[in-house]
Design a protein around this ligand. Structure first.
Ligand SMILES: NC(=O)c1ccc[n+]([C@@H]2O[C@H](COP(=O)([O-])OP(=O)(O)OC[C@H]3O[C@@H](n4cnc5c(N)ncnc54)[C@H](OP(=O)(O)O)[C@@H]3O)[C@@H](O)[C@H]2O)c1
Length: 376
């Protein structure tokens, strides 16, 4: 994690799951003991010495840095961090961008087109709908079940019920004994601490707060879901879903505000291009919170200069941070933020990673698992 400080995640993991040994790359006492690696914009070669990896976990929602790593073993499972805090943060950012656009056009309720309708887009839709916006979404498969979001929903219900992600009756045996294996995370450039922790385990008999010895931290994690309605959009039926090229064209022709919340995959790279802008409703506004490589920057500049688009807000760019002299940074119709729409919360990340560590040990399916073929 060269661009993130791993210490808060390490602290949260140590307190939440003290029996899991954690090391920070490259100071790994025993690389062959590492079973799960947490990566974020990792340096080349960091996976090379981890010969017994079973899971590679993204520290964020995106996984392209993992899937594009030439050293990614073919057999490892991949998972990512998601959850209500990440979704709440993205939703807040999007409301902040859209509300002033609506205020400037008070006579007509804006229609919002979401490119991608996953965890984050569904949470955003749940906030837009009660505010009177018309919400449309484009996804890979029309009428696809919302299993991913149901998964998040179940996760939240578990937390509410007092049996949070660290415990599971079915796997109690696995958790009551020390789990061999370890977690490693890439360290930030300014940190060189070797981490290790082996302490007690959790069971379901007592509240996790008591067992952990860190009641405040665990309560904080359990309260995560109070910050946002479940990302499982209750108003799912009110969102008009589109798919395929013709569905995309239809949604583009109707949307006043287009929000890109797609993962970066072979299919979605460069998707925000001249051809797409030409299909947009004239005068529409683009918000890109996906990835910089979704956008052909020159095509956006042309669309803005011709008036086809009225403006754009970019949280992500191909070069990050964007130099002050870059044409995107100097354009009067572009608002820039610096990949801060939604930052991973270390507490939320630790909860998901610890849960997935338990699942890995128990041979169960991972939460927020990534489909390698689909690329997200
Ligand atoms: N700027 C920031 O601070 C920030 C923070 C977090 C995440 N992000 C970005 O946001 C992205 C989305 O996150 P998420 O958690 O919402 O992802 P997600 O739950 O995996 O959802 C992805 C959505 O994109 C759709 N999709 C994927 N490929 C597609 C294609 N070729 N055509 C049409 N739709 C396609 C999927 O369709 P199906 O529903 O049919 O599968 C799904 O609805 C992340 O990958 C990351 O790049 C940015």
């Amino acid at each position: 994690m060269p661009t993130r400080d791993p210490q808060p995640l390490q602290r949260a993991l140590r307190q939440l799951a003290p029996d899991i040994p954690v090391s920070i790359w490259p100071e790994l006492a025993d690389p062959a003991a590492i079973r799960l690696a947490v990566l974020w914009q990792q340096p080349a070669d960091c996976l090379a010495e981890l010969s017994n990896l079973r899971v590679v976990h993204s520290f964020g929602a995106g996984v392209e840095h993992i899937l594009n790593d030439p050293q990614l073993p073919a057999t490892v499972e991949i998972a990512r961090v998601s959850g209500p805090r990440l979704a709440a943060s993205m939703t807040g950012y999007l409301l902040e961008q859209v509300i002033p656009l609506q205020a400037a056009r008070p006579k007509h309720a804006l229609s919002i087109g979401l490119l991608g309708y996953g965890q984050l887009a569904q949470a955003a839709a749940s906030a837009f709908i009660p505010r009177g916006y018309k919400v449309m979404a484009w996804r890979r498969k029309k009428n696809q079940d919302t299993h991913k979001n149901q998964d998040t929903h179940n996760f939240l219900q578990q937390e509410k019920s007092g049996h949070p992600q660290l415990s599971n009756d079915q796997n109690k045996k696995n958790m009551d004994t020390h789990n061999p294996g370890a977690i490693s995370m890439g360290k930030s450039q300014d940190s060189h601490n070797l981490l290790a922790g082996k302490v007690k385990t959790f069971t379901t008999e007592k509240p996790v707060e008591e067992k952990s010895g860190h009641p405040q931290l665990v309560r904080q994690i359990k309260s995560i879901d109070t910050h946002v309605t479940s990302p499982c959009a209750a108003d799912h039926d009110e969102v008009q879903i589109f798919s395929g090229a013709s569905g995309l064209a239809r949604m583009l022709s109707l949307a006043d505000v287009l929000i890109c919340l797609l993962p970066l995959t072979r299919q979605t790279r460069d998707i925000l291009n001249a051809g797409l802008f030409a299909q947009c409703r004239p005068g529409s506004y683009l918000i890109n919170v996906g990835r910089g490589a979704h956008l052909i920057e020159d095509d956006l500049l042309n669309a803005l200069d011709s008036g086809q688009l009225s403006g754009a807000c970019l949280d992500v760019t191909r070069t990050e941070p964007l130099p002050d002299e870059h044409p995107l940074a100097r354009h009067p119709k572009i608002k820039l933020t610096h990949h801060t729409a939604s930052l991973t919360d270390p507490l939320e990340a630790a909860a998901v990673i610890a849960e997935n560590y338990r699942r890995m040990q128990a041979g169960r399916a991972l939460r927020y698992a990534v489909d390698r073929e689909a690329g997200y």
